[in-house]
Design a protein around this ligand. Structure first.
Ligand code: GDP
Ligand code: IMO
Ligand code: MG
Length: 429
């Protein structure tokens, strides 16, 4: 009897190409569930001329045979979910409640949470986290304080509207100035209407997941963010507010580790980060600029959600090794290998030097991580464009050497190489 669950996690600071890889792995899945985060995520999938930008709905929706679940580990902005359902439908994707299930236990993001997120970031000044200002932190705060609003209440739109009104009035009382007060009447009316529209999607998602698991169906769990943004695994406070790594899949969808066969880490072939917080291999030079790109290519390093330029640098092997350990990765997928074409040499951090002492362990606190200086191994680069390559043997030897070096650094097999944003731009190893 095959063990049916695969968990996909980002192993860096997000934007590793999880959406693209989830779309590929979903070919063999029956159910695809998102387990954490909200519309702070931005997952891009390119299918020919069509570019799909997913923020809340799992990328699996693009495989027509798949059922998608928005799990209870998520925080959901109803307005944004409706917009995404509408956009996908306009692009010819079936987004009916028969194939899109929203957990009644998920928590709701309101304009109040968004206002609080902005106010908190403004108050922090130059210490700000650089959040996506999507209300993520305040919504999870309400969940943990047990004052949040669950998606299940949308099945009673009037009662939901009243809870929204109370919540907006509470937020108004706590916002810094009266000038920023939110219009409770308008928001109540809008959110009552959103609840009416979304009610058919809201359900108890645990039974259908377990019915699928019991009948040997394949469950793919699509992560958002990345291990170094996980509330526990990252460098607090420069993290998001959810469990973005492997444990989040179990609690965020509701199943046990005995169901899990594969834990697939997605790593970009170099490092990027959006927002504040330590990033030892960040480059402020022309190499960093070249990794980022100018924005001319759709895959250049500008955020899918906020459009912010991403901080760029060489691959960090210390981060990868840590992520492999804490997630129990069984395999690694390497994306954007094509972007490294044309470099004379390529650096990979294999250790850090912190206060004059060399270590291969990732520091457990932000202050130490901020003082980490990467110790690089320099590998030869390759000149050839590899976006058309589909077979390992057709890769330039220097590219093969780079991939083998990473696999030996993390002690797990690399199973796929992505060499472009398109579904078929992949090398199966
Ligand atoms: P996610 O948040 O982890 O899903 O990643 P994003 O979608 O935010 O960012 C990845 C970007 O790189 C998107 O624009 C993808 O279309 C693109 N992409 C993914 N894999 C590859 C690849 O192998 N090569 C290139 N050139 N682009 C890729
Ligand atoms: P995907 O799923 C990259 C970052 C923000 C900020 C920090 C906290 O596309 O990989 P938040 O709004 O969550 O409170 O912001 O986390 N962040 C991401 N960075 N990719 C993401 O998602 C991210 N989601 C949040 O930039 O530094
Ligand atoms: Mg992204």
């Amino acid at each position: 009897m095959p063990v049916p669950a695969t968990i996909l996690v980002g192993v860096q600071w997000g934007d590793e190409g999880k959406g693209r890889v989830a779309d590929w792995l979903a070919i063999q899945a029956d159910v695809v569930g998102r387990y954490a985060g909200g519309d702070n995520a931005g997952h891009t999938v390119q299918l020919g001329e069509q570019s799909f930008k997913l923020h809340l709905i799992p990328s699996g929706i693009l495989q027509h045979h798949v059922i998608c679940v928005l799990g209870h580990g998520m925080v959901i902005n109803p307005e944004r979910l409706l917009a995404e359902i509408g956009n996908l439908a306009a692009q010819g994707i079936d987004t009916s409640p028969e194939r899109l299930l929203v957990s009644e236990r998920a928590h709701i993001i309101t304009p109040g949470h968004i206002a609080l997120d902005s106010a908190h970031e403004t108050a922090l000044g130059d210490q700000s986290i650089g959040t996506t200002k999507r209300g993520i932190g305040p919504a999870y705060t309400d969940k943990i304080k047990r004052t949040g609003i669950q998606a299940g209440l949308m099945r009673s739109p009037e009662a939901f509207g009243e809870r929204i009104r109370q919540h907006i009035e509470n937020v108004n009382a706590s916002l810094p100035t009266a000038a920023s007060a939110l219009d409770a009447d308008t928001i109540t009316a809008e959110y009552t209407a959103h609840a009416e529209a979304l009610a058919p999607y809201v359900t108890n998602t645990v039974p259908p997941i377990h019915t699928a698991l019991r009948s040997g169906k394949q469950l793919l769990c699509e992560g958002a963010q990345g291990t170094l943004l996980d509330i526990d695994m990252g460098h607090y406070p420069y993290v998001t507010s959810s469990s973005a790594s492997v444990g989040g899949a179990l609690t965020g969808l509701g199943f046990g580790p005995s169901e899990v066969e594969r834990v697939v880490g997605v790593a970009k072939a170099f490092s990027t980060r959006v927002g504040s917080g330590p990033m030892p291999t960040e480059l402020h030079d022309e190499v960093g600029d070249r990794l980022r790109g100018t924005g001319d290519n759709p895959w250049d390093e500008f955020g899918t959600t906020t459009g912010r330029p991403r901080r760029c640098g060489w691959l960090d092997g210390v981060v990868l090794r840590y992520a492999a350990q804490v997630n129990g990765l069984t395999e690694l997928v390497l994306t954007k290998l094509d972007v490294l074409s044309g470099f004379e040499t390529i650096n990979v951090a294999v250790a850090y030097e912190i206060d004059g002492v060399q270590t291969e362990d990732l520091p457990g606190n932000e202050a130490e991580m901020a003082r980490a200086v990467p110790v690089y191994e320099t590998l030869p680069g390759w000149k050839e464009d590899i976006m058309h390559v589909r077979d390992w043997h057709d890769l330039p030897p220097a590219a093969q050497n780079y991939v083998n070096f990473i696999a030996s650094l993390v002690h797990i097999p690399i199973t796929y190489l992505s060499v472009g944003p398109e579904r078929n731009q992949i090398i199966v190893l």
